[in-house]
Design a protein. Structure first.
Length: 128
């Protein structure tokens, strides 16, 4: 996926919308900060998601961090490959390392999320 066409949360998740299905992953910046990812806990298919609420965890050699939903909806798919190879998140954060696919609730959108330029400004403000 082209990072310039994605939308971003302030908690470093990216979102890509196709129809009413949003693919969610972690940004390259986030995985670079985590370093070696060793475990990812993802939700079950069918679980509801709410903007800003945790839907899972990512564990690296440095820390354990929550994963936050950028949209309201219902989990319709999880990336099962991450169970066997969590390093895919680091190797290909905008491709094979995607986390979940969420069917948006009626009326939900990505309008509240940052553009790529806004996200880059946020990283700069945070001092990274």
């Amino acid at each position: 996926m082209d990072p310039k066409k994605l939308r971003y949360s302030k908690t470093h998740e990216w979102a890509s919308l196709e129809g009413d299905v949003c693919t969610v992953g972690l940004t390259k910046f986030a995985v670079d900060q985590l370093t070696d990812v060793i475990y990812i806990e993802l939700p079950d298919v069918g679980e509801p998601t709410t903007v800003g609420d945790s839907f899972g965890e990512i564990e690296s050699v440095k820390s354990v961090n929550d994963l936050y939903s950028p949209v309201d909806g219902e989990v319709m798919a999880v990336n099962g490959q991450l169970e066997d190879d969590p390093s895919l998140v680091s190797k290909d954060p905008y491709g094979a390392g995607w986390l979940v696919k969420i069917k948006l609730d009626d009326g939900a959108s990505l309008d509240h999320l940052l553009t790529e330029d806004q996200y880059q400004q946020q990283i700069a403000v945070e001092g990274h």
